[in-house]
Write a protein that binds this ligand. Structure first.
Ligand SMILES: [Zn+2]
Length: 404
């Protein structure tokens, strides 16, 4: 009996190894797959013939001969399945539909009707899904599921959002079940920081890394997720990865979590705007000093001024980047991940800030404890989290493939 379980488990593992290799390296020959996975060509052929019969994989031509017949190359069948990814923020609902290769075939966004309450927002999301599937002109039967990511804390097991500070009145909202019931597709719900990291692992630079940490830096806060061999390390009660709530200033301001001086109280739009406004009120020179109301200055104006060389704005941004670099250094010291990825609106929209953070993070590397601090910018900018939601759907589907 035990022998059967082992051989079945091994076959399932081999299937995933083969599928993952094709996905990342297509076009791929059976010989290359066998070499990579430490399998016999016969074992690979056995599984790939089933993948071909199932329509998940297709033959895509012939490769170079290494003596004898030219090998037939295999690739993923892009249009055999589709997945929906949704990134829900307080500002907007971003939706993408991808094919089985995670190429975006449809995308749309709308403002989040936050003031109208959770049910109205969820209803908008469900309607967006149905309309987008229709306008993409795809077979609804081929949609394997919907991934949704949003601010934490959340319970991914039950698909419930648990009162994130920026979503007032969203205590225990059953997002996953609502979307499933109102669209008819299976759904998954998880934190946006998990989505951002998963997008990088599945489709971006982190692929193949044994360990990686993803930072998600948005206007209102900092999230994080640790990936170990592509799996999210959740810790006890799912609380792992919350780098935004690590304390970096014991004299700091109160945070939404109840502590003082958390990283996200220092890497935060409101704080930055306040610091620049205070400088202007004190008579510091700046290109922004002609603005009528200093309290109405926007993040965009500060970022632009910094980019143009404004000293007041650059100093304020530098301080924010310093704290973020401390957070990065702390993560590198604790986990020593192979790669640290930065994503989120603050990163994808503002190149000067991103470059400053990357430079400061590098300066903080001390080889004695941190052997390597490979910090990179994310691959998908504004679509990072929505594609991460797609990754969650694809991962679940890959794990459930049964060929018999
Ligand atoms: Zn906190």
């Amino acid at each position: 009996m035990l022998g059967n379980i082992n051989s079945e488990t091994m076959r399932a593992t081999n299937l995933q190894v083969i599928f993952d290799y094709i996905r990342r390296n297509e076009p791929a020959s059976r010989r290359d797959i066998a070499e990579f996975g430490g399998l016999t060509v016969a074992a690979v052929s056995n599984i790939t013939s089933k993948l071909l019969a199932n329509g998940l994989v297709v033959e895509v031509g012939a490769g170079e001969s290494v003596g004898g017949r030219r090998p037939t190359l295999l690739g993923i069948n892009a249009d055999c399945r589709y997945a929906v990814g949704i990134d829900l923020t307080t500002k907007q609902i971003k939706l993408v539909i991808t094919n089985f290769k995670a190429q975006i075939i449809q995308e749309c966004a709308c403002e989040t009707p936050l003031d109208c309450g959770p049910e109205h927002v969820l209803d908008s999301m469900a309607r967006m899904v149905k309309e987008s599937v229709k306008s993409a002109g795809i077979d609804p039967q081929k949609v394997i599921g919907i991934g949704i990511v949003s601010a934490g804390p959340c319970d991914p097991e039950r698909g419930i959002m648990q009162s994130p500070p920026n979503f007032p009145d969203w205590g225990n909202v059953p997002i996953r079940d609502y979307i499933q019931e109102h669209t008819g597709y299976p759904a998954i719900f998880d934190k946006d920081s998990v989505g951002a990291a998963m997008a990088e692992y599945w489709f971006g630079k982190v692929g193949g890394c044994g360990s990686a940490f993803g930072f998600l830096i948005n206007r209102a806060g900092v999230g994080g997720a640790l990936l170990v061999d592509g799996e999210v390390f959740r810790g006890f009660n799912g609380g792992a990865g919350e780098v935004g709530h690590t304390i970096v200033d014991v004299h700091g301001a109160k945070c939404s979590c109840g502590n003082y001086g958390c990283l996200e109280t220092l890497v935060n739009e409101q704080r930055l705007v306040r610091e620049v406004a205070t400088g202007l009120k004190m008579g510091r020179e700046s290109v922004l000093d002609g603005i009528e109301d200093y309290d109405s200055i926007t993040l965009k104006q500060i970022m632009q001024a910094a980019e143009d060389g404004d000293i007041l704005c650059r100093n304020a941004l530098d301080r924010m980047a310093d704290y973020l670099a401390i957070g990065i250094r702390n993560i590198a010291t604790l986990f020593s991940p192979e790669m640290i990825v930065l994503s989120g609106g603050m990163i994808s929209r503002y190149a000067y800030f991103t470059q400053t953070v990357l430079k400061k993070a590098k300066q903080r590397q001390r080889e004695k404890f941190v052997k390597c601090m490979n910090v990179v910018e994310c691959s998908f900018r504004e679509n990072q989290c929505a594609l991460g939601a797609v990754a969650l759907v694809l991962e679940k589907f890959y794990r459930s493939i049964q060929l018999d």
